[in-house]
Design a protein around this ligand. Structure first.
Ligand SMILES: [Zn+2]
Length: 332
């Protein structure tokens, strides 16, 4: 079954509108509500070793279960290898067939790590490589909390997840993480690690995209200098000096110097990259603020298109999706 799935997910510009979605499909809220009912749970489930895949009839997942299991196992292998972890505990993966219900519509995936539950949308609004990368992001949250204890800051939690997920996109020829941060630095948009680890830094779901990307770069820097094992010690302790011999301010300076030194290697259009990254956050914020008026899914498909084409480094397409998003959300 899995082998004939790929052609159903075109990676061309048309992917965001390739399929008709069923607006009556269950949303994440109904998924959680179903779980909480006595004797509840979703109507369909597939056992896959370490995890149970839950889905609902009539959604894209129904019929693609073999492929979803394969994709999840691949993402898991990547996460465990990158983190140097070998967990054996069981978890539940819930696949929603549509954008999540209000107020979660801005998320594609999220994780209730203590409950060992991962939720992800699967509605053909992105190439499969992005789904695999999104699963790796959520599975990193799940694994890190259960194996390394809670993160000391959102910087570490999100930074580690971005660090783990991004190579999957890079392998597909999408934007490289170091290019993103070099471009952000060259335009003055790169936040410092001191800021990222402070209470002042907002992460707000996906609203503050620059913080997510910068955190991923700072974690990349830490891993490249001190290795994953020390980074997993820092993850929950933030004992910068004890683990690395340097203060956070000193680490920050080193990281910024290293990023600045990459200026001559920037091959992307730095200003377009940074402007559109901000547009993604703005569009998510706009959607969250106007969700009830926006109604329907086309606007979230345009937003998916914006995020995906930005990650591909196709900035003209991303600009077109930005326009489409606001055209679809404008009040008549
Ligand atoms: Zn996250």
């Amino acid at each position: 079954m899995g082998s004939n799935v790929r052609h159903r997910h075109p990676t061309t510009d048309a992917y965001a509108h390739a399929y008709r979605r069923d607006p009556t499909s269950p949303t994440l809220d109904s998924t959680i509500a179903a779980l909480r009912r006595p004797g509840g749970g979703l109507s369909l489930a597939a056992e896959a070793g370490r995890f149970t895949l839950h889905y609902q009839p009539g959604t894209l997942a129904d019929g693609d279960t073999d492929y979803l299991v394969t994709l999840t196992e691949r993402a898991l292998t990547h996460v465990n290898k990158t983190l140097g972890a070998s967990p054996t505990w069981h978890f539940d993966l819930y696949i929603a067939g549509t954008p999540f219900a209000y107020p979660g519509e801005t998320s594609r995936g999220y994780t209730l790590a203590y409950g060992r539950q991962v939720f992800h949308r699967y509605d053909a609004t992105g190439p499969l490589v992005e789904l695999e990368s999104g699963l790796a992001h959520e599975l990193t949250h799940l694994t890190a909390l259960n194996e390394f204890r809670p993160a000391s800051s959102a910087m570490f939690s999100e930074g580690l997840a971005v660090y783990v997920q991004w190579p999957i996109l890079e392998a597909a020829g999408w934007l490289q993480l170091d290019q993103v941060c070099a471009a952000m630095h060259s335009t003055g948009a790169l936040p410092t690690a001191l800021y990222l680890t402070s209470d002042a830094a907002g992460y707000n779901g996906y609203l503050d995209q620059d913080n997510y990307m910068a955190s991923g770069c700072f974690v990349t820097f830490l891993v490249s200098r001190w290795g994953m094992e020390k980074v997993t010690q820092l993850y929950h302790s933030a004992a910068w000096e004890a683990v690395t011999g340097l203060t956070l301010a000193e680490l920050d300076r080193l990281w910024i110097e290293e990023t600045a030194a990459q200026a001559s290697e920037i091959v992307v259009e730095a200003k377009a990259l940074v402007d559109l990254l901000e547009e993604i956050g703005n569009a998510y914020a706009y959607q969250a603020a106007h969700l009830k008026e926006i109604e329907g899914q086309p606007a979230s498909w345009a937003l998916d298109g914006l995020r995906v084409t930005w990650r591909m480094g196709r900035f003209d397409k991303a600009r077109a999706y930005t326009d489409e998003f606001y055209a679809l959300t404008a009040n008549p």
